[in-house]
Design a protein around this ligand. Sequence first.
Ligand code: ADP
Ligand code: MG
Length: 360
Amino acid sequence: MKRLALALCAALALGALGAIAASREPPELRETVYVFGTLIEIVIRGENEAKARSAAVAVGDLLQELHSDWHAWRPGQLGDVNAAIAKGDLAKVDDRLAAVLREGRLLGCESGGLFEPAIGGLVGLWGFHADTPPEGALPDTRDLADLVRARPQIADLIIDDTSVSSRNPAVQLDLGGFAKGAALDLAAEQLRANGIQDAVLNAGGDVNVLGRHGGRAWRVAIRDPFVWGAVAAVSLAPGEVLYTSGNYERYFEHGGARFAHIIDPLTGKPVQDIVSVTVLGRNGTRADAAATALSVAGPEAWPATARAMGTDTVLVIDRHGRIMATPAMRDRLEPIAGDFPTQIETVTLPDIEQPECSRG
Ligand code: ADP
Ligand code: MG
């Protein structure tokens, strides 16, 4: 319920910032679909209603399809892959899932293993393979340690065209760290193919934009993880994306402590120090994965991880409310009501060599 309310809040923030009511404004069509644990809003602007509606319905259908194909714990294509891996068998997938797995492999490698879509076992042990936030006892530390030791990695997958198997039976795929990004990229591609020029796909603050909002850019808010409201706004150029990984929405509360749904693959424990990472880029899949990886990297290491993942426009908020931004992000931030909430530190990314990674 809380998540739905927050998603709605983000959607409203987008609407409020993006639209200035004027009588001669071209029409705007809005559709919503509840998938990937969030409300996704599709806004199509400046098209005749029939064309906009059929494009929005097609996007809704696509997202529903991806939601069931890529689901981490309900029966579906990914569930079949996980079942096959556990038995040491080979699974057949469609081209779309094969491509996402290859992309996941590339991004996992670039992140130095911090973005790790093979840790479904750990995510499940922490109780996040459910529609409602987990409650009750914490997972058994021995179970966690055993799984960390088994070191499931997406690099263990053998992807041969559309056949998938794993060298490591501990691999359990959970695409939650970049599924929304990958899905919105496909949805944006489909909108373009259907001749839509100006649109927004908004998954609770994770956004892909097409074109512009009339004479202006689409303007999107970055939520404040501590209080109801936004830290800043960003005007997105045509084709840009903005993704936030938050540790304030989905968490496990136990004994007064909060355990986030982003897990450090090396310790098996939820991340603690960073509450929110926002990445601006041109590819939703990459931005979503990077936001998750930087959350794991923590307050010291995130700049190096950002560099390694080729993302230079980043905003990070830690548990103490410290706000850090790269120079490229700093240039893009716009105050919402007069001023920014607290001082924003500028953090320059280090000059390090890009890791050599591939999809193969
Ligand atoms: P949000 O859903 O808030 O946008 P993320 O994009 O960071 O947040 O996705 C979090 C989800 O990613 C978790 O629910 C889980 O399914 C998965 N996940 C958790 N830890 C990792 C990790 N280290 N690498 C990749 N995926 C992860
Ligand atoms: Mg993510």
